[in-house]
Design a protein around this ligand. Sequence first.
Ligand code: SAM
Length: 260
Amino acid sequence: MLICKYMNFYVMTLFPEMILQGMSQSITGRAMAKGAISVEAVNIRDYTNERHGHVDDAPYGGGAGMVMQAQPICDCYEALLERIRRQGAEKKPRVIYLTPQGRVFDQSYAEELAGEENLIFLCGHYEGVDERALTLLETENVSIGDYVLTGGELPAMVMMDCISRLVPGVLGKEESADIETFHDGLLEYPQYTRPEVYRDLRVPEILLSGHHGNVEKWRREQSIERTLRFRPDLLPKARLTEKEQAYLRGLLAEQELGGN
Ligand code: SAM
């Protein structure tokens, strides 16, 4: 996985405060403060040529709602691109348009995008964006799932949050993104913390044993069991050792026996 040392996010939006308020909290806020990531929210409305400040209009051909116009988006993008170039960017940044019609975002796509230095996000609103703006900006169209939201701001924040976690220095411990759910195609093992007994429920004895090797083995097996139970669709692509594959075959055989 090729990861950039820092990441600059640029978000083209009609609601810049939403982006800045969301991203300036917690882990991403700390990452911004120490310079591991930067987040700039650019207000598309500042670029409209329309004298009343409008940025949208009714759809050609009729139908409900309003469509964001191409002109303010394209002008906003060109000004932004020029600025990024002047800051020394060697290549044209990828532009991501958030849309329920796009490729569904996942961890491997996040890992790919974490290799970039600059990323531009375009947030739609209302009925979406004039198709010509998407053509001119050569957008990659990305969805965060098969449901429809009111705007692209939350999806952009979902993506930036996920990508940020892969940028060095953003998470407290550099390794913590490496052992998580989806990293190697499995769900993560169950986690426990103090106290040892809570409402008669004990922490599994093995986690108190202090035997690192046994703990690791137990965790891997738990990951495989959980993935089989909750997300069996992930298993064909999971990275398993031969021993782990044998363990999975055992679980499947048990399942079959249980079903008969
Ligand atoms: N009329 C559009 C359609 O049917 O494809 C939906 C427009 S939606 C109400 C308004 C904006 O929200 C979209 O332009 C997009 O930026 C954003 N959006 C909504 N759902 C999304 C999703 N699942 N993933 C990414 N962006 C989404």
